[in-house]
Design a protein around this ligand. Sequence first.
Ligand SMILES: O=C(O)CCC(=O)C(=O)O
Length: 252
Amino acid sequence: MSAAIAESSRVLSSEEIAAYNRDGFIVARKLYDPETMLQWKAVLKGVLEEEKASGKLDARGLAASGVRVWARDRLHPTLLEAMRDQQVTPILRQVVGPNVEFLSGKAVFKDNATSFSSPWHQDWFYWEGSTKTSVWIALDDATPENGCLKFVPGSHRRIFPKKVVGEAFGNRIDEKDLEGWPVTSVPVQRGDCVFFHDQAVHSSHPNRTGADRWSFISTYREASVKDASGLSQNLWKWPLIVCGTSVNGGSA
Ligand SMILES: O=C(O)CCC(=O)C(=O)O
């Protein structure tokens, strides 16, 4: 382990790494403390309010989609610094590799106005190119009642047929293509993190409670692999190096 990483940092056990490789996802429990998660959520709410007030964001569109993405150049400094902090970096080294770069972060919020269930999909549909790894950070407790994630374990080893529809989460997988596959709901508590492969098929439950279910999803890749992803040309022009070196123009 690098000298820069505190000895108390959490790492995955060999069993957890084996589970990640087998299933395409793993939950790291209590990676962050609940107070920090409430601070991040307050920061994100503040940013979204500012963006709405300044006219940068259409409030109705935002409420309808429940999603907002920021690349490195637009992400709030508190969140940007956290994208390579001592909680997440040791596990990224384990599941991504020795060279890691951060690409973008996304707030996904369900509340009393926005209760959607995300449809089945592989994130890879949106960007293609080299393998990406995302971290779904629970800013609130998430359960089957309020919209936790669901995964299809082992689905990350193949690309499923893509069905394109003209609405939010437009790249989807038809339910019939998942017949016979197992489905696992993944309830988490505030501060837990779900690390997942970009081919891991996932969706989420609707929020039936009216209470907040906020999450923040950060996305990374192995920076030593040249990536031909379409998003590299626009959204991901300036990756942030988490550790190691980048062949994709990433910088510290
Ligand atoms: O947080 C959710 O409800 C699901 C988000 C999701 O599937 C995604 O952003 O890829």
